[in-house]
Design a protein around this ligand. Structure first.
Ligand code: PHE
Length: 344
């Protein structure tokens, strides 16, 4: 038996010497120490040994096992170390290599300008409201003091979805519908803006688009007057175009405001001196505004003897184009990456 054990140990050591990966090591382990392994077989042979010889035989077997286990453990450590080295070698990162190019997206210029306008008004305490783009004639016109036969309805050519006798469904031609919806459900004080898309039957050219964006503002409270409007627009224009910018108001007409004005800002390109952008006038028109017509307040259930308000509405597309010197309103919608890339 002693010889058999020595042969097993020697053979095992020999095999370990040529083994060079962990799975081969495992095969050796099973072959010698496994359930039907060589050493286990010897152990099973114990029953054929005379009882008084058994302790000695047991001791020999245990010594052989310990030696084999020690050899296998050592080999395992060596192989583990090797494996780790190999992995580190394979996964080596060369931090001096140029990095993979990740292209960043960018906000559309109109989104940038819209966000800027929203920031200016929310910093003055305005809430941001939303209203439907598909609207009834009532909210787009009638509640805003634009009756069916009123000539001002011709000012805004409208897309009709249904064409019945009354209260047709239309695509809103202005964001003012949201004024009405908010005033109907909110008691003053009201201080809101509402950005959104509007639609008008226009042929597309450099200055017209059948879909464009407006931001409208509305303030209703006790004692609101024209100087509040003037001050608000002045502050807005300074925030938008810089502290040197000034505003002027010209008389205008809107059915839902009385009196109505058109607001101009000093041209940011020439500082009011006159240039190509402002067509030599030194001013650029930025929005329409006025004191909310008392009839509109009454339509929404607000007592016009107690409350007054002002409203203003601007085209975001127009302001974006002025801001970035874009000369054709079709360009921002063409999705030309060469154009969009400039606004990172
Ligand atoms: N809704 C008007 C338009 O689209 C703009 C406006 C809004 C004017 C609010 C005055 C007050 O032309």
């Amino acid at each position: 038996m002693q010889q058999t054990l020595k042969a097993i140990v020697d053979n095992c050591i020999k095999e370990l010497g040529t083994c060079n990966d962990l799975s081969a090591l495992n095969t050796i382990k099973v072959k010698v120490l496994g359930k039907n392994g060589e050493l286990t077989q010897v152990l099973r042979g114990m029953k054929d040994i005379a009882p008084d010889e058994r302790p000695k035989a047991g001791k020999l077997i245990n010594e052989a096992r310990e030696q084999i286990e020690k050899e296998i453990d050592q080999k395992e450590n060596v192989l583990n170390e090797l494996e780790l080295q190999k992995r580190l070698e394979n996964e080596r990162v060369d931090i001096t290599l140029p990095s993979a190019k990740v292209s960043h997206g960018a906000l559309h210029p109109q989104t940038i300008v819209r966000n800027k306008i929203i920031d200016i008004f929310t910093s003055m305490g305005y809430s941001v409201e939303d209203g439907p783009e598909i609207e009834t004639e009532y909210y787009n016109f009638e509640a805003l003091n634009i009756p069916d036969d009123h000539p001002s309805k011709d000012m805004q050519d409208t897309f009709f979805i249904t064409d019945s006798m009354r209260y047709n469904i239309i695509l809103r031609s202005q964001t003012s519908n949201t004024q009405i919806r908010v005033m109907e459900k909110t008691k003053p004080p009201i201080k809101m803006i509402n950005p959104g898309r509007v639609y008008r039957c226009d042929d597309i050219d450099a200055t017209h688009s059948p879909m464009f964006h407006q931001i409208e503002g509305l303030v209703v409270d006790k004692g609101i007057n024209m100087s509040d409007l003037n001050g608000t627009l002045g502050a807005f224009v300074k925030e938008l175009f810089g502290s040197k910018a000034r505003t002027r108001l010209r008389p205008s007409f809107f059915p839902f405001t009385e009196p109505s004005v058109e607001a101009d800002a000093t041209c940011p390109f020439c500082d009011n001196k006159g240039c190509r952008v402002c067509k030599g006038t030194g001013w650029i028109e930025i929005l329409g505004a006025g004191m909310v017509n008392p009839k509109v307040l009454t339509n929404c259930g607000i007592d016009s003897d107690v409350f007054t308000g002002f409203a203003f509405g601007m085209g975001v597309d127009r302001i974006t184009n002025i801001f970035y010197g874009i000369t054709d309103c079709r360009i921002p919608f063409e999705n030309d990456i060469r154009f969009l890339k400039q606004f990172r």
